[in-house]
Write a protein that binds this ligand. Structure first.
Ligand code: FUC
Length: 939
């Protein structure tokens, strides 16, 4: 099937957030009525209510199906009695193929564009940008589905005792029902260690499972039956924007039945009279990286399937659950339970506005963590606008990466909720953008460094797209690069900082080369740019030096300076960066008492616009704080009030974070309620812009974390915005900048105790209402009482030691048995990595990062003196000889001509004491250097 997304379609999607247009995309409104006498199923209670559950199948409604994923493979499971449907995704199936987005006409037009902007001739500037600065093509490409696996049982009616559950504690879905006196169960999960989707069908009477399994797809595909028990779907991604689809994929489904027969022909697999069946789904893709699509997709699919076939179902499930729980189990949360939790999940959403249901906040929080673990793992693509779940060839906004709000929002909970390694794909993407964006910087701005605008895709497009009003925003790459420093603040991982420093530096270099002095104000400003998607005068957003740009650039410049200091590099560069930072325009309070969104005190054309970009300084940044900048802080409150609470799903989610930073628990909680409505949350809890956009889920998880713990102001602020709606509860495993893991318990709104575990030696400031009254502080690791000082009425300061846990409590509170801070998720103790021999003609350096055991990333760097590196392959064996580099071959970026950095990743588990080896061949000056092996041993 050929997809030509017309300009009209793209515009419609781009403006969908605006009033009126959005309604056209609203899914049919949905309702769910409370069930009389309902109680949560036993499995849900066993999961501590951390499960979604329903008493009806999803039918044809994708927004009722339940998402599973292992970071790379995703499926929406419908749970229908007559025909089960697994809608399948693989995270590298993108429309089109590698392309160069840079437009060589851009640089010549830049002086005139800048002159027009400074002369307040914004329409003329915007028109010229539309003529000269748009990328090639003028839009980016879409993330697309693989297809569907359908299991047709031929039993249309008569089922009773129906139940459908997504258990967030085990990352498995199950569907159970009774039909003709037989109890049937289907369990489905996506395994990261074994890289397959597993479907297990059982029945409590022998020989009662019969179905036909087939693949279908909206893509150009063929189906076949390569052997007696396997069906195949072989296809290629769609054409788009004049670029031919080039990602080939193969999906395989294999059945092993006990107690029945399996036959197979022409793509239809028939299972008859079985007592139990295990179906394995494996998918390979030819996408290697954003510029290479010749991967052995068939080999990948087959290798993964064959490997999984040798593992029994119980072991597949055991490995999956252990791998998932290693991540999910780091944070526990209990906000209290009421009988509202005894209703099915869709009913709870429908009635949330009128009932007291604190557990739903805990469920929403953990669902975001579940989605991140399921859509973003080391070595996979980052979570896109829909995570990895998309059934459409032309999905809303192409289901790609929108940088001006959505992609960063997806990762706000990554560090704070103890999923540091799920962040890894973003840094892989940033290193790619540092390459494609260097070309755009050079060709369109005549500048060094690299730039990315408001969107990117699987091909790492970095140019201006979709029209100047939306796309002419310069600081997308800058925002993403600044995450490198923020991530380091959580993990303290110097190896990570070193590997990613070139991208951080390149982002800053672009602005040293392109910032221009404002003719009357004298500040260094971006020109042209915009305050994301908001017109300052009718129909024009293009301007110079919008407030958000200045805020992002302060973070970028501060980050690169501090990173350079940590790494002891680039002293001269730091001097230049500091000088530029001093010349950025400061934030100002406007005539309405608000934070000014632009350099001039303009009134926005849409007062309640969904973006509140100029409060980036309040959250996620820390340039507007209650105690550091009280005037700006009050102006931020006024800004939020002027904009109002309403908005798209992600806009509401951002506002939870904003109000948490305002330390206004009541308003933050009100925004959670605003988000938990049938027009903002689908029955399957996917956030609705509308339509579905996953950022609102991740933003809500982040917002709830910010209500409980903040660490942006050189202190840990414990329970900064605890609402009365969560009177009694506890949380463990949240993470704070500086390398702290935190647990907290409270009763009737009053803190009982805090546990703080430090990754590193240092001094920590703790802020909490608890400290204004009597309290005790103890080092629970060695039983001593640490000396504390009290710099403010609600702050204590103490010296902490790496690996020690400190307990602060109200006197007389007995230590809670549920409160414990598990060891840090961050790669503070990476496995040792050694290299031998060093390839001739190149120097190699290695750093291995990521948590251990259970997955890590390795950055392999080659410096070849003045010689250019022309090629590079990484081979990778794990564990001990099992070659898996078909998938985890990593990618390399060439930073300059003579340094290559490859990032390889594995996210399976490795037992303590085991070891693994990887090697690589770097081609320097056309000569292959001998493979170099690195051995990593778990510590
Ligand atoms: C930006 C937002 C829209 C939407 C899109 C994916 O353009 O303004 O609301 O979220 O990204």
């Amino acid at each position: 099937m050929e997809i030509n997304m017309s300009e009209v379609t793209r515009r419609r999607l781009l403006t969908a957030g605006a009033a009126g247009m959005g309604a056209a995309l609203l899914p049919a409104g949905w309702t769910a009525l409370a069930r009389a006498g309902s109680t949560a199923p036993a499995e849900v209670l066993a999961a501590n209510d951390l499960a979604l559950w329903y008493d009806e199948p999803a039918g044809a409604d994708w927004l009722r199906a339940l998402p599973i994923g292992n970071g790379r493979l995703g499926a929406m499971v419908f749970g229908n009695v007559d025909t089960e449907r697994l809608q399948l995704n693989e995270d590298t199936v993108w429309a089109g193929g590698p392309y160069d987005s840079a437009n060589p006409r851009g640089a010549a037009a830049l002086p005139e564009i800048r002159r027009l902007v400074f002369a307040d001739q914004w329409s003329q500037a915007q028109n010229l940008i539309n003529q000269a600065m748009m990328g090639t093509p003028g839009g980016q490409l879409a993330y697309q589905p693989v297809g569907n696996l359908r299991l047709a049982f031929g039993t249309a009616s008569g089922a009773s005792q129906y139940n459908r559950i997504l258990d967030l504690t085990t990352a498995t879905t199950s569907t159970t029902y009774v039909l003709n006196g037989v109890r049937y169960q289907r369990e489905v999960f996506a395994s990261a260690p074994d890289q397959v989707i597993v479907v297990r069908l059982t029945a409590d009477r022998a020989n009662s499972i019969t179905f036909n399994a087939t693949f279908d797809s909206p893509q150009r595909t063929t189906v076949s039956s390569p052997d007696g028990a396997t069906i195949a779907l072989d296809g290629i991604s769609g054409n788009m924007e004049g670029i031919n689809g080039s990602v080939r994929f193969l999906a395989l489904a294999n059945a092993v039945a006990t107690g029945g027969t399996v036959s197979n022909s022409a793509g239809t697999l028939r299972v008859s009279g079985a007592t139990s069946v295990t179906l394995l789904v494996s998918i390979g893709s030819s996408y290697v990286n954003y510029r290479t699509v010749n991967g052995d997709y068939q080999g990948i699919a087959r290798t993964r399937l064959n490997a999984a076939r040798n593992v029994g179902y119980d072991q597949l499930r055991g490995r999956h659950v252990a791998d998932y729980q290693r991540l999910f189990g780091r944070v526990s949360i209990d906000l209290g339970r009421t009988s509202a939790a005894d209703q099915p999940t869709d009913v709870r959403i429908a009635q949330h506005g009128g009932v007291d249901d604190p557990q739903f906040s805990a469920l929403l929080f953990q669902f975001g963590r579940y989605l991140l673990i399921s859509s973003s793992r080391p070595g996979t693509q980052p979570a896109n606008l829909q995570g990895i779940w998309n059934d459409q060839m032309a999905p809303p906004w192409d289901s790609k990466y929108t940088i001006n709000a959505n992609l960063p929002m997806n990762y706000w909970p990554a560090d704070t909720t103890n999923l540091a390694e799920c962040f890894a794909p973003v840094f892989d993407l940033v290193r790619d953008l540092a390459v494609t964006g260097a070309r755009t910087a050079q060709v369109q701005y005549g500048a060094g460094g690299w730039v990315a605008h408001h969107n990117t895709d699987g091909w790492r497009g970095t140019s201006v797209v979709d029209g100047a009003l939306w796309g002419m925003w310069q600081t997308g790459g800058a925002w993403l690069a600044s995450l490198i420093w923020d991530h380091y603040l959580f993990t303290g991982d110097v190896g990570f900082l070193r590997s990613n420093y070139p991208a951080l530096k390149g982002a800053a270099q672009f602005f040293l080369d392109t910032l221009v002095a404002h003719p009357s104000l004298g500040f260094l400003v971006t020109n042209p740019s915009n305050s994301p998607e908001l017109a300052h005068h009718s129909g024009v957003s293009v301007c110079a030096g919008p407030t958000m740009d200045n805020q992002i650039l302060r973070d970028l410049f501060d980050g690169v300076v501090r990173a350079g200091e940590v790494l002891g590099v680039d002293a001269d560069f730091r001097v230049q960066v500091r000088a530029a930072r001093e010349r950025l325009a400061p934030m100002r309070v406007g005539s309405r008492g608000n934070i000014q969104e632009w350099l001039a005190d303009w009134v926005e054309t849409e007062r309640t616009h969904r973006h509140i970009s100029h409060l980036y300084g309040l959250h996620p940044s820390n340039q507007i704080t209650r105690r550091g900048t009280p005037q700006l802080y009050e102006a931020a409150r006024r800004t939020l009030d002027l904009r109002g609470d309403d908005g798209t799903g992600w806009s509401l989610a951002w506002k939870i974070n904003y109000w948490a930073r305002m330390e206004d628990a009541t308003r933050a909680h009100k925004l959670i309620r605003d988000l938990v409505r049938t027009d903002r949350l689908a029955p399957n809890m996917f956030d609705l812009h509308p339509p579905f956009q996953i950022d609102g889920n991740f933003g809500a998880t982040s917002g709830i974390a910010e209500m409980l713990l903040q660490s942006h102001h050189n202190e840990l602020h414990l329970l900064p915005a605890l609402p009365t709606a969560w009177p009694t509860g506890n949380v463990t495993g949240l993470r704070g900048r500086g390398g702290y893991t935190v647990g907290m318990a409270w009763t009737r709104g009053q803190a009982d105790e805090f546990l703080i575990r430090a990754d590193r030696d240092g001094t920590v400031k703790l802020r909490a209402r608890l400290f204004t009254g009597n309290h005790t502080v103890v080092d629970v690791t060695d039983g001593t009482t640490p000396a504390t000082t009290r710099p403010e009425a609600d702050v204590i300061q103490l010296t902490v030691r790496a690996g020690h846990t400190y307990r602060a409590a109200r006197p007389g509170v007995t230590p809670s048995p549920t409160l414990s801070v598990t060891p840090s998720a961050s790669p503070s103790a990476p496995p040792s990595a050694t290299s031998s021999p060093t390839p001739s003609g190149a120097t190699a350096a290695y750093s291995v990062t990521g948590s251990w055991p259970g997955g890590f990333q390795a950055d392999v760097r080659v410096t070849a003196g003045s010689k250019p590196i022309t090629g590079w392959t990484v081979s990778w064996a794990f564990p001990n000889g099992q070659v898996i580099n078909q998938i985890w071959s990593g990618s390399y970026t060439q930073n300059g001509a003579n340094v290559a950095v490859a990032n390889v990743a594995y996210n399976g588990a490795l037992a303590a004491g085991a070891s693994t080896t990887f090697g690589f061949i770097a081609t320097v000056n056309g000569t292959n250097n001998p493979p170099t092996n690195i051995t990593c041993t778990t510590t």
